[in-house]
Write a protein that binds this ligand. Structure first.
Ligand code: MG
Ligand code: ZN
Length: 218
């Protein structure tokens, strides 16, 4: 029997900060499909600090709230997809991750934007106990979190983007059928040389947003 996917999307009462979905587009068949920008968290939205879990250590990278707002206003859902093996490793709890995301969300609300969904992989193949142990379908580079969001929100992956700072982010985005962009923030500068040639490389999330919005116009 396949292992069930546990993406801890926390729908319902666990996620009071989950926002209402508004952006809708129609595909060729007239079905309503949405577009999304899938976002890695650490090194893309906030400064990469290594197993970040304390709210006082959370720090947006420059220009991120405004960039997210512009993407949202252009009709993209904003979906965070984050590996958090610190849970499996026992460094912090899943609830701590949720708390950090509530903080992130409340900071964004001030800037006039909200994240539509947070998808967390708390697993690690060699660490953990109970529900966070062992192999899973969601740890990037696997596309499980993205695929779950595609299903939850009825997203068209071919008209969606992923923004990440690691090869594993890029691979997950490609596996899900999304156009993937590597930022130089976080671990990005160190992996620029090793990404496939067709991957778009940009300085940071604001530059990624300009690239995506530029494609919309042209
Ligand atoms: Mg990252
Ligand atoms: Zn997982």
């Amino acid at each position: 029997m396949p292992r069930p996917i546990d993406l801890t999307t926390g729908r319902g009462k666990q996620r009071p900060y989950r926002s209402i979905v508004s952006a809708m587009v129609a595909d060729n068949a007239g079905k309503t499909l949405q577009r999304a920008v899938f976002l890695d968290r650490d090194g893309v939205i906030n400064v990469e600090k290594g197993y970040l879990h304390r709210i006082e250590d959370f720090e947006f990278l420059p220009g991120v709230p405004l960039a997210l707002r512009l993407l949202k206003e252009a009709g993209f859902l904003l979906v965070v997809v984050t590996n958090q093996s610190g849970v499996a490793r026992g460094y912090y709890s899943l609830e701590t991750v949720h708390e950090l995301h509530r903080h992130l969300q409340s900071e964004l609300v001030v800037a006039g934007v909200t994240i539509d969904g947070f998808y967390i992989c708390p697993h690690h193949p060699e660490h953990g106990s109970a529900d966070s142990a062992g192999e899973c379908n969601c740890r990037k580079p696997l596309p499980g979190m993205i695929e779950r969001a595609i299903s939850d929100f009825r997203i068209d992956p071919t008209r969606s983007y992923l923004i990440g700072d690691k090869l594993s982010d890029i691979e997950a985005g490609r596996a899900a059928g999304c156009r993937s962009l590597l930022v130089r923030t976080g671990y990005g500068a160190a992996v620029v040389q090793s990404v496939p040639q067709d991957v778009t490389i940009v300085d940071d999330l604001p530059a990624a947003a300009r690239f995506i919005l530029g494609e919309e116009i042209s």
